[in-house]
Write a protein that binds this ligand. Structure first.
Ligand code: KE4
Length: 428
């Protein structure tokens, strides 16, 4: 028995599924999850000593690559001064100022310990600001596990939501309208019917949770227009896209100014960190100033802030995003050349430092098209690449991530392995 198998068996005794977050359990792709022991740059090592070039990067945070020396040094230096005080610190002020500088729509910001807290709090703030109860999300978008967001499209034509998890009250789910991503006509029709009851729309401006789905031209602009017209709060969930697709996030890339934005992942540099922020007139409704309550024992934790600040300083290096974008494009173009050379129906795309690989001929535009992907082919691709020493997201419904530490040799080795893998897939 391998060490991974042994650890996985033990893990399932006291942890549901043997993991602390479901996607890690490999249930979408099958097989034994890899237990990592260490990582450096573009590589991770598992409990059996096997090295992998990592295209998950902790689901986005590790944009510099793993264990960047300057991030580790900052964490060690600050941790030695004390781990947590439950009191304000200078680092939080520096980080808030930096986020406001890098993301102009952030007139004010509140730090949290996860992306889920950030989106949950942003929705409560939008409901408190507008006095309305309904919210809009899009099928296939994931915004963390807050109750109002674990909702799927209802069977009725009215798009009223139904729980997408046990434990979510029907009465709460019904307040969440679930629309189709990139369906501008449906969006306009829904707002024409219910616009004045809608507190907020929350959207992944580039979706990373039904694999990668990019917005059609005009979709985000239409979102901005209908929210402005009906007094609904437009929330860009940039937990994944923030500092991933561009230095200013998707809002900079597409030139849309949301009312509120949420962040996570990169801004914590691998430590527990989230944030939400935006218009001052909205943010000033938050406790202790206003009536919308929100709090957290470890919010703005000094060690997490140190990792985030070190990361945000390094990603401002001249040319950082140009290089990251080129490397990611080289990866997806190489993978596609390899698949097409063997007549396989795979497609791929990249936005900044995130990418999607799809077991279908055309790039999908929404959940229905993603669901039409050939999961068996994807899972065979995943495991064959894993056996070759390349760690892709263990699900056909997740995006992949490249870091500044991935070099041309990593990309070349990945594409060469994909050549062998696709050749094998073509023969079966
Ligand atoms: P966290 O609570 O996991 O920090 O953030 C939730 C969240 C919010 N919004 C977006 C757009 C997100 O992608 C996420 C979390 N992303 C997943 C990856 N699909 C995290 C991986 C996991 O759940 O283990």
């Amino acid at each position: 028995m391998s060490k991974n198998e042994e650890l996985f068996q033990r893990a399932q005794l006291h942890m549901p599924g043997g993991v602390n977050s479901p996607v890690r359990a490999f249930r979408s792709v099958g097989g034994v999850p890899r237990f990592f022991t260490r990582a450096s740059g573009s590589k991770v090592w598992d409990a059996d000593g096997q090295a992998y070039i990592d295209y998950v990067g902790s689901w986005g945070p590790m944009i510099l690559g793993h264990a960047h020396p300057q991030v580790i040094e900052a964490v060690q230096r600050v941790a030695a001064q004390g781990l947590s005080f439950g009191a304000p610190t200078e680092g939080e002020v520096v980080l808030a100022d930096l986020l406001a500088q890098l993301i102009p729509s952030l007139e004010m910001v509140r730090l949290t310990s996860s992306g889920t807290e950030a989106t949950m709090s942003a929705l409560r703030l939008a409901r408190g600001f507008t006095g309305r109860d309904r919210i809009v999300k899009f099928a296939g978008c994931y915004h963390g596990h807050g109750d109002s967001l674990l909702v799927k499209a209802g069977s009725g034509a009215l798009t009223f939501g139904e729980p997408d998890s046990a434990g979510i009250p029907d009465c709460l789910a019904a307040l969440t309208l679930v629309l189709d991503y990139n369906d501008t006509a449906q969006l306009q029709e829904t707002f024409a019917r219910l616009g004045d009851e809608i507190a907020a729309v929350i959207v992944e401006p580039v979706v990373g949770n039904m694999n990668l789905i990019a917005p059609d031209i005009g979709f985000l602009q239409t979102l901005r227009e209908v929210c402005t017209r009906h007094g609904a709060v437009l929330i860009f969930d940039e937990v994944m896209t923030g500092f991933r697709v561009a230095l200013g996030g998707a809002q900079a890339l597409y030139g849309i100014t949301p009312d509120l934005s949420t962040f996570g992942k990169v801004i914590g540099g691998g430590m527990p960190m989230g944030a939400f922020g935006g218009r001052r007139d909205m943010m000033q409704m938050l406790a202790p100033l206003g009536p919308v309550y929100q709090a957290g024992t470890l919010s703005g934790n000094p060690v997490a802030v140190a990792a985030g600040l070190a990361t945000l300083q390094l990603i401002q290096a001249p040319g950082f995003y140009e290089r990251l974008t080129v490397t990611t494009q080289q990866l997806v173009q190489g993978l596609m050349r390899a698949a097409k050379a063997h007549g396989l129906n795979f497609s791929a795309q990249a936005v900044g430092g995130m990418f999607g690989v799809y077991a279908r001929a055309e790039i999908p535009r929404n959940l229905a098209e993603v669901m039409a992907c050939d999961r068996t082919s994807f899972n065979r691709f995943f495991h064959a690449m894993l056996d070759e020493g390349f760690y892709f997201a263990p699900s056909a419904f997740e995006a992949g991530f490249v870091s500044a530490a991935h070099d041309i040799a990593d990309i070349g080795a990945t594409v060469a392995a994909a050549e062998r893998v696709f050749a094998g897939l073509a023969q079966t």
